[in-house]
Write a protein that binds this ligand. Structure first.
Ligand SMILES: *Cc1c(COP(=O)(O)O)cnc(C)c1O
Length: 398
């Protein structure tokens, strides 16, 4: 291919218009559900929240669910309910969004980074074992890209050392681990309803759990630490009476959001089906490209496919990830990088985390590109991505 043919050098792009890497799917039923709440008596903390919570709990097979204003707030609530406090250590992965780690700091805890498995990019149980100390209180695995972490091993390590497992399942609503749905396995599981995730409430998050004590703490935490529950009150002044028993936050979800969530949940299985079809096409399209590694699917870890990440085999390319990334943008393919390892962020560097502590994650970061993946992608969109990647790789291969 001549240089002139490449968009990066002024030639014609594979696509005329920009294809984003993720996008929500909102239909008329979703809109009607939201309008119905706007016309009702309660905009927040009404009956729709409770219904949404019950539907999510039933869907994942958990006893309880507590909705939050966003996934980060939900993780904060989970760290509170787990009793994480000053100087407690919590082991997590650097291959995640900052929220999975920030929630530990909100409680005064100390994040400890375990490296990732070089094939699945999920947290390595062996590395977790090496990092456990007397101060370790919890583990926060992330089901990276939608593929469940090695939960059996993580939970058995946790049981042995009396640790709490808070699963960050922001990517994995609808995924299965050894035949069990994600959301019913760990002590607490967090889902996010940000618009790029499987279903959306605009902003929103939820914790699912089978533990009544965690459930009650989460409910109280999201509303200032306040309770009206007669069984819990220290005093009783009259029917107006409530008690603030600890310092909580206003982390409530609105009924407007919950109504959207209920409507979206009806489409989840279809959404995942569409995602899987796109994945199959990507896998087929890239199978002969030696310059990239496609996602590795571990047996019994059934992904719900939030992200499709390709890894560049840099020794077979004449340039680095940055140039390939920029060339794909010029082709109008909305690529992304998930993630910059959290411990490399300036804030975490200032806290003293050094480059080099998670070599697998750091190497991975230099080589990954996230391709567009969302249910509303057309066949042509998918083909454009495949053609764009092939074109750029062909141009930059040795
Ligand atoms: C999206 C996401 C979150 C946070 O969710 P918000 O709802 O945006 O606060 C946490 N962890 C991971 C891995 C995520 O992708």
């Amino acid at each position: 291919m001549s240089k002139e043919q490449l968009a990066i050098h002024g030639g014609k792009s594979v696509r005329d218009s920009y294809l984003p890497y993720g996008r929500q799917w909102i239909d008329d039923k979703d809109i009607q559900a939201v309008v119905n709440v706007l016309k009702s008596d309660y905009l927040t903390t009404g009956p729709i929240i409770t219904r949404f919570e019950k539907e999510i709990a039933d869907y994942v097979g958990a006893k309880y669910a507590v909705a939050f204003s966003n996934g980060t707030a939900a993780l904060h609530g989970a760290c509170f309910a787990a009793g994480i406090k000053k100087n407690d250590e919590v082991i997590t992965t650097p291959m995640t969004f900052a929220a999975s780690v920030n929630c530990i700091l909100y409680q005064g805890g100390k994040p400890v980074f375990a490296d990732v498995d070089p094939k699945t990019y999920n947290i390595s149980p062996n590395n977790i074992k090496q990092l456990i100390t007397k101060k370790t209180k919890a583990i926060i695995p992330v089901d990276f890209t939608g593929q469940p972490a090695t939960l059996d091993e993580i939970i058995s390590i946790a049981n042995k050392h009396k640790l709490i497992v808070i699963e960050d399942a922001a990517h994995s609503l609808g995924a299965f681990y050894k035949g069990k749905k994600i959301g019913s396995i760990s002590d607490m599981t967090m889902f996010s309803f940000h618009p790029v995730k499987h279903i959306t409430t605009g902003e929103g998050g939820i914790i699912t759990t089978n533990n009544k004590d965690y459930f009650e703490k989460l409910m109280q935490f999201r509303t200032h630490g306040i309770t009206r529950n007669n069984d819990k009150l220290f005093q009783y002044h009259g029917p107006w009476y409530y008690e603030m028993q600890f310092l909580g936050f206003n982390y409530r979800m609105t009924d407007i959001q919950a109504a959207l969530g209920i409507s979206q949940l009806k489409k989840l299985i279809q959404f995942i089906e569409y995602r899987k079809r796109i994945i199959e096409k990507y896998n087929m399209g890239f199978k002969d490209l030696e310059q990239i590694t496609i996602p590795y699917q571990k047996k019994d870890h059934e992904s719900s496919w939030h992200l499709y990440i390709i890894r560049l085999n840099l020794d077979q390319l004449t340039v680095g990830r940055k140039e390939v990334f920029e060339a794909l943008i010029k082709e109008n393919i909305g690529v992304n990088v998930h993630y910059i390892p959290v411990h490399l962020q300036p804030y975490y560097q200032r806290l003293g985390y050094k480059k080099g502590i998670c070599p697998n994650a750091e190497k991975l970061y230099e080589e990954i590109i996230t391709l567009p993946l969302f249910p509303a992608m057309s066949e042509k969109d998918v083909e454009d991505v495949i053609n764009g990647v092939k074109k750029v790789i062909e141009f930059y291969r040795y």
